[in-house]
Write a protein that binds this ligand. Sequence first.
Ligand code: HEC
Ligand code: HEC
Length: 158
Amino acid sequence: MKPTARIITRTLLTPLLVGLLAAASLAGCAALTGNIVKVQSLRGTDVQAPDTETVSPKLIGDREPVKRNFDQQPPLIPHEVEDYKITKTANKCLQCHSWMDAEEDGPTKVSQTHFKDRSSTDDANLSTRRWFCVQCHIPQTDAKPLVENSYKSAKAKE
Ligand code: HEC
Ligand code: HEC
């Protein structure tokens, strides 16, 4: 670049660019303030308004296993779990679902995948990553859905 061209770039183009950028951001701000989105809760009320509906869903009692909606879905729990405690040292779920303690023709045993450690190596013991079952397996309640849901299972879409 010739020295004169460099001077022109510095003295003329730079302020022009800065000016253009400033104008663009001002226009952006104006568009934003003119178009404030009001944040609402899923029930359609103001997020800061106190909850008017008291929801006390009941756990659904024992029933048949629930159909899975997609491959790799952690199956939903089809029974109550209120009395099934999981602590650091004891896990009531395993009394019925482990390979070691459960009866042979008893409830479905924990998946073989639950014995793999994080490097996918099989272990004889349940992986600690799978100790807290209800992190992934969820008991069901009779709660009404908060919003309409048109979800269809992967199978139903086929
Ligand atoms: C007293 C025995 C018992 C205990 C304790 C128990 N379950 Fe179950 N569980 C069952 C029975 C029976 C079924 C239904 C039959 C089946 O799926 O094998 C079942 C089904 C399930 C299923 C569905 C399996 C599928 O393939 O759809 C999951 C997930 C499950 N239980 C998780 C748990 C978790 C998590 C706990 C602890 C919070 C737990 N269970 C404690 C007896 C038990
Ligand atoms: C990190 C998530 C996670 C945790 C924690 C977990 N599971 Fe699972 N579980 C899954 C997933 C995902 C599947 C389905 C895919 C598979 O088999 O791995 C599954 C499958 C199962 C099945 C069905 C097995 C079959 O043969 O169809 C049972 C029963 C089960 N889990 C019980 C348990 C119990 C009991 C615990 C606690 C000791 C537990 N799981 C902890 C994610 C988890």
